[in-house]
Design a protein around this ligand. Structure first.
Ligand SMILES: C[S@@+](CC[C@H](N)C(=O)[O-])C[C@H]1O[C@@H](n2cnc3c(N)ncnc32)[C@H](O)[C@@H]1O
Length: 264
């Protein structure tokens, strides 16, 4: 068993955090000097990383819109990150004004921002929890009033699984969340893929190994395995920037694969 990363991960401004680095890459203001320095090291390896972060975020929002159009009215967003617009509930509410969303992140600063900015009404909750402990989340008292597992649920695990090592059993974690889902539910998942350029992956490993943002690139087959029990909607598992987008996307050095599965 790999050593578990501490919770809380980011109250110490001397330690970079995944949420704040991602925020910096997306052009946000919720980051410290350590995060910017860590992000700049990543940008030195992969200068297109900002574009990739934006593409990942856009993939998540396109997926939420698709689910809302398919009739999904309740969402659980695991590893939410700092608030950005459109958020999951804003995107879902373009179709369904009463869409309900539970945001989950283990970062205490993210959670306090999300509570202030996202959990703006009775149909949205922000929970601080670690996705490596699915039962804590699924049985959380703030979840039950919003999520009815007898109805379709959209579960988002977007750009977070690559922060969880194989020793921590990412497939088992996904399965514990999806086991509760009824027919017509969806899984939206993205993570760094080992289709990335080898040299860029090696350099990123060198930069991130042993830090709170150590990243686990996974081969396509392993990522496909996370969708076990789901039918992938078209176009299947693709680079996030190409998912349901017209025209070819400019290739990035590092790659995030994403897909959406529907429980039959
Ligand atoms: C790269 S951001 C992705 C944000 C958002 N899902 C997106 O794709 O736009 C990863 C987020 O996952 C959170 N995270 C990382 N490991 C986690 C864990 N074990 N449990 C809960 N949240 C976690 C981080 O705090 C961060 O906010």
């Amino acid at each position: 068993m790999a050593p578990r990363r501490e919770v809380p991960p980011s109250t110490d401004p001397a330690q970079p955090s995944a949420a704040r680095i991602y925020d910096y890459l997306l052009g946000g203001k919720d980051n410290y000097e350590t995060d910017r320095a860590a992000a700049e090291k990543v940008l030195a390896v992969a200068p297109d990383q900002r574009r990739l972060a934006r593409a990942n975020r856009a993939f998540a929002i396109r997926a939420v819109r698709l689910l809302a159009e398919a009739g999904v009215r309740q969402f659980i967003d695991l590893g939410t990150g700092f608030p950005s617009s459109p958020s999951v509930h804003e995107a879902a509410r373009e179709t369904s004004p009463s869409a309900r969303v539970v945001y989950v992140d283990y970062d205490p600063i993210v959670q306090s921002h999300n509570t202030a900015l996202l959990a703006s009404d009775d149909l949205v909750a922000s929970v601080r929890a670690d996705i490596r402990e699915p039962a804590t989340i699924l049985d959380h008292p703030d979840l039950a009033p919003l999520i009815d597992f007898g109805q379709p649920v959209g579960v988002l695990i977007v750009a977070v699984l690559h922060l969880i090592s194989d020793a921590e059993d990412p497939a088992g974690i996904v399965r514990q969340f999806t086991d509760r889902l009824s027919s017509g539910s969806y899984l939206v998942l993205s993570q760094f893929s080992s289709d990335s350029e080898a040299e860029a992956m090696d350099r990123l490993h060198a930069v991130a190994a042993g830090t709170p943002v150590e990243t686990y690139f996974r081969p396509r087959d392993q990522i496909l395995g996370f969708f076990e029990g789901f039918d992938l909607v078209e176009p299947g598992l693709t680079d996030v920037e190409g998912w349901r987008q017209d025209g070819p996307a400019a290739p990035t050095r590092l790659k995030i694969a994403g897909g959406v599965g529907r429980r039959p």
